[in-house]
Design a protein around this ligand. Structure first.
Ligand code: 8YV
Length: 314
């Protein structure tokens, strides 16, 4: 039977689906229920999965497809995929690194500036007549020249640090090891990093290895002037500790693009106006989403051609 790629998410755009279908015939089953309902012969025809977003692909999902050999993720993060379960089954996993570094870094900086300069609040004051009535926005915080800590000096962390260096910020970071960096200060752990800075930007990998990585201790070490920015994964921060620290004024604020239970954001975060919220959109530009789609399809094409995968994870 015909289809060889399974499109396992309903969040692919028509353009992205068209690109996948150019590589090989495809079948769509965007939910667990839809996949389980596929007849056995269709499931047996599937050799690759094109996945997107956070839909969990676990061992049981893989076992629905006895001839599955590749899971190609749309995105740099692959925490939605149980990579150990894939490896154990001889299934390769690929992601789409690098092409999104600039956009993710841009949004991190935009959230920092948006928070510091109260851009959402200022926009509201103009629109709702508060400014016209003679009031002035409370004074902003200065971002340029401040101290920033980057948690995770990978490809995205470095793109963020490069940008912030141009804002004359003093760059500190922690990472799995010390990196070759232009005068930036390395810290061995995130608590020491947070204690040294006012801005903490989270750019570590997602998944089990970083669950709660920005701990209660790290959040509290940041102090009452501190602001947390997260463009990584909601799971990388102890969200409960973050919410309590924000409510109690133990830190000044947060800019968050990712959450524990997204797209459902904790009502306590939504209630606080010292928190800048974004709908997980750091890679969402026309240009980068096209490049991510092409990177996903390049991996699919290499796989079907029997060539080396371009960006393998396992
Ligand atoms: C998602 C992301 O891929 O690349 C990542 O890891 O988090 C995003 O770019 C995107 O949200 C697709 O749903």
């Amino acid at each position: 039977s015909d289809p060889v790629t399974l499109i396992s998410s309903d969040s692919f755009t028509p353009d992205e689906i068209a690109r996948i279908e150019v590589v090989a015939p495809a079948l769509r089953a965007g939910t667990k229920e839809a996949r389980a309902a596929l007849p056995a012969d269709q499931r047996a025809s599937i050799k690759a999965i094109a996945n997107k977003g956070h839909r969990a692909i676990d061992g049981a999902q893989m076992d629905l497809f006895p001839n599955l050999k590749l899971i190609a993720q749309f995105g740099v993060g692959y925490d939605a995929i149980d990579v150990a379960a894939a490896t154990a089954r001889g299934i390769k996993v690929t992601n789409t690194p690098d092409v999104l570094n600039e956009d993710v870094a841009d949004l991190a900086v935009a959230m920092m500036l948006g928070w510091a300069r109260q851009i959402p609040q200022g926009d509201a004051w103009v629109r709702n007549g508060t400014w016209a009535s003679g009031r002035e926005l409370p004074l902003n915080r200065k971002m340029s020249g401040a101290k920033v800590g980057i948690a995770g000096m990978g490809r995205i962390g470095r793109a963020i640090a490069d940008r912030l260096a141009a804002f004359n910020m003093e760059v500190h970071y922690c990472s799995r090891g010390e990196k070759d960096t232009p005068g930036w200060t390395y810290h061995t752990d995130v608590v020491a990093l947070a204690a040294a800075v006012d801005w903490l930007v989270v750019a570590v990998v997602g998944g089990d290895s970083t669950r709660g990585y920005v701990s209660r201790a790290a959040i509290e070490a940041l102090g009452p002037q501190g602001v947390v920015i997260n463009i990584a994964r909601g799971t990388c921060i102890d969200e409960e500790a973050l919410i309590e620290a924000l409510q109690q004024g133990k830190i000044a604020g947060a800019g968050l693009d990712v959450f524990y239970n997204e797209p459902h954001v904790d009502a306590r975060l939504i209630a606080m106006d010292n928190v800048l919220l974004q709908p997980h959109q750091a890679s969402s530009t026309v240009e980068t989403r096209r490049d991510m789609s092409m990177a996903q399809c390049a991996n699919l094409a290499a796989f079907f051609a029997g060539e080396a995968l371009i960006t393998p994870v396992n």
